[in-house]
Design a protein around this ligand. Structure first.
Ligand SMILES: Nc1ncnc2c1ncn2[C@@H]1O[C@H](COP(=O)(O)OP(=O)(O)OP(=O)(O)O)[C@@H](O)[C@H]1O
Ligand SMILES: [Mg+2]
Length: 474
């Protein structure tokens, strides 16, 4: 019972509690009504029987006094209810109506009445019966009358059935009231849960609407909104901090870079040791500059100040141009990938920020060159319809490198995540921001990105964008 109870939701528990409460109440009320009615009906019938038995007993006494000897006929002529039995003992000789009914008198009652005490007894003999015994000492007789009260049993059975039916209906109604009341009181929680999901999904400006007139809910709403206010403030403060730091670092880095250019221009005047130091300094400074640039870009999107300039572009052309531009900045020994634009893509238009799309392709191609021996192909094709039914364009970048283990495939999009150095060319060079930036650029363009593997086990990065419906912009 208890493990099952703890598995039930709040709504189900309240429903069960209301149902049980209603059942308990109906059992109590029903029991009380049944026993009170039963007591009352029996009482009433008993006093009626008593009255009639005394009337009949006095008739018998008068007849005996007047010397009537046809006692069986006398008993048959008495006024008794249907099914009732009259028994008379005169000097222990029994007379009865109907005949041979003397056995209907309980022995205990007979003994008691024969000792001179009038008495009544309720008992069951093929149905409920009330027996009344009246001594008539003046003629050495005792008179008994047994009343059939089966109709009372029937009435009580009907009453019990009616009470059980009423109890069942009350229980069902109680459970229904519990279900509807719990549903109504839990409704605000659905709002809270929806708001929490929205906040977790990044919509930090989500708030619960103010509730007027309900102090319990107003308290919940106020504290929830206060919590989100503080959370939002904290997240924005941290994002601003990263943005400010990156910004502040840019000017000294520019100065350093300019000074380095001067030194590099005069490197032949330096000693061989100093030249080696200059080369190392140059590599690290450029890496640092790139990291600061990436951080600034990421923090801009965190603070919501990223500028997204969308334009309508032909998908195939966009992919070809971006790959060509990115390939130019790759080392000379890296072979440019084949660009395969599916026929169905021809004439497909995308609404994207071109600069961001180019950065996405550049980062993916650079990674393929560093960790996968160079991208082998970039493919653009129409993907399966998106959840909202719109068409999607998929662009995938494949390489023949070692690929990514399934456990690593989500992590690579985290900030500063750098994969396992073992067996990877170029490991240790990057800062781990490249794919995090790819994810941000894709998100700002309304798309999604993921990585899986090619047939040969290499990495395949896939980006998916909704396609602008032609009717929307022509
Ligand atoms: N094509 C690939 N094949 C195998 N591993 C990859 C591939 N692309 C990325 N990775 C792994 O994912 C990690 C994260 O990549 P990401 O581009 O975010 O960072 P990075 O290349 O290390 O640094 P950055 O790009 O910021 O200079 C890499 O360190 C690498 O281990
Ligand atoms: Mg990278």
């Amino acid at each position: 019972m208890f493990p099952l109870w703890s598995r039930l939701g709040v709504r189900a528990r309240v429903t069960v509690m209301f149902g049980l409460g209603a059942l308990l109440l109906s059992v109590m009320m029903g029991g009380l009504s049944y026993f009170t009615t039963r007591h009352f009906l029996l009482d009433e019938r008993q006093s009626a029987s008593l009255h009639q038995a005394y009337v009949n007993a006095s008739l018998v006494r008068s007849s005996l006094h007047s010397g009537d000897t046809h006692l069986d006929q006398l008993l048959a002529s008495l006024d008794a209810g249907a099914g009732s039995v009259s028994v008379l003992y005169v000097h222990n000789t029994p007379f009865s109506s109907p005949l041979a009914a003397t056995g209907d008198i309980p022995a205990g009652l007979r003994a008691l009445v024969q000792s001179g005490t009038p008495a009544t007894q309720t008992f069951v003999l093929g149905g409920p019966r009330i027996a009344v015994g009246v001594p008539i000492p003046s003629v050495h007789a005792v008179y008994f009358e047994v009343f059939d009260v089966s109709d009372l049993g029937h009435t009580l059975r009907v009453l019990a059935l009616a009470l059980i039916a009423a109890g069942a209906i009350t229980t069902i109604l109680g459970a229904a009231v519990g279900r509807s009341a719990s549903g109504r009181s839990l409704r605000p929680l659905t709002g809270v849960s929806r708001a929490a999901v929205a906040i977790a999904g990044g919509r930090l400006d989500t708030r619960l609407p103010a509730v007027a007139g309900d102090p319990d809910l107003a308290g919940l709403t106020t504290s929830f909104n206060l919590m989100v206010d503080q959370l939002q403030e904290r997240i924005e403060r941290e994002a601003r901090f990263t943005s400010d730091v990156s910004h502040e670092l840019r000017s000294p880095l520019t100065t350093l870079s300019a000074s380095l250019d001067v030194l590099e221009a005069h490197s032949d005047e330096l000693s061989a040791r100093a030249q080696r130091a200059l080369v190392l300094l140059g590599a690290d400074l450029r890496r640092f500059q790139r990291m600061v640039g990436d951080l600034l870009e990421i923090s801009r999107s965190d603070t919501g100040s990223a500028d997204v300039s969308l334009e309508e572009v032909e998908a195939g052309e966009l992919v070809r141009q971006s790959v060509a531009a990115s390939a130019r900045s790759l080392p000379n020994d890296v072979v440019a990938p084949a660009v395969l634009v599916d026929q169905a893509v021809a004439g497909t238009w995308l609404t994207v920020d071109k600069r961001r799309f180019e950065r996405i392709m550049a980062n993916l191609l650079e990674n393929a060159a560093l960790y996968g021996g160079g991208a082998t192909e970039v493919r653009a094709e129409i993907g399966p319809p998106l959840l909202d039914g719109s068409t999607s364009l998929r662009v995938s970048v494949e390489d023949h490198g070692p690929g990514l283990a399934p456990a690593e495939r989500d992590k690579v999009f985290e900030r500063f995540y750098r994969g396992d150095a073992a067996g990877r060319r170029g490991a240790g060079i990057g800062t781990g921001l490249g794919l995090a930036l790819v994810a941000e650029h894709v998100r700002l363009n309304g798309g999604t990105v993921w990585v899986d593997e090619t047939e040969g086990g290499g990495a395949r990065f896939v980006i998916e964008f909704p396609v602008a419906d032609e009717a929307d912009w022509w």
